[in-house]
Design a protein around this ligand. Sequence first.
Ligand code: ADP
Ligand code: MG
Length: 247
Amino acid sequence: MADPVLDLRGLSKSFGALKATDDVTLTLQRGEIHALIGPNGAGKSTLMGLVSGKIAPDAGQVWLDGADITALSVARRAKAGLGRSFQVSSLIPDYSALRNVMLALQGRQGHSYRFLRSVNRDTALREGARAALTRVGLSPRASVEAAMLSHGERRLLEIAVALAMGPKCFLLDEPMAGLGSEGTTRLVTFLNALKHEAPILLIEHDMDAVFRLADRISVLVYGRIIATGAPADIRANPQVRAAYLGE
Ligand code: ADP
Ligand code: MG
């Protein structure tokens, strides 16, 4: 197989006596959506934290595009090409959609007004931000404050913020949460196009969306990956059905 974009090698993390992540190894290959599923408390968020850099592992490494990024901070990992949308919004509510993307492009989400004025003057930043908004279909809403956008639009704006950084891959934590069926369908279509630009590691509770979207699925139970495979294989896997799908 070609070199993976993201390569998680033997990651472990304990909280006291609890092994939240237990020797997890998985890859994210070019062009794919790799979904991570598992029951509540299985360790999905912890694993995402280990990848994004929010949590330091007890053992194991995170490799991005052939480089070991395990020792890098969250901000350095983002600069290295790890694009992330958060389960909890990182948007600045009283800034317009455009300004939110411009600030991300600037690589620092500062709040100082003087900083903001200097950002406003930067045409290249503005053009880059507009391009990202166009990609997610939000350019008509560029001047609307983040707080005034619909829930679905805010999810798209978060992806535009990540997209503007030109990431090598995306970590998406429940992007479908709170979207109606129309919003979910739009996002599924968009992610299917986006994955060709940068592959996507996806945590998602909406199983219909996962099975429609994912090229591969890994099933996490008690911090361990019990199966990785194509959706059809995962659906048919007796161990998965017993441990997770409740059969
Ligand atoms: P998931 O996202 O799959 O629901 P989590 O990664 O949030 O699972 O949690 C995995 C396990 O680790 C759970 O048992 C949770 O209670 C525990 N856990 C997560 N974060 C912490 C923490 N900061 N301190 C102690 N226990 C934690
Ligand atoms: Mg979680």
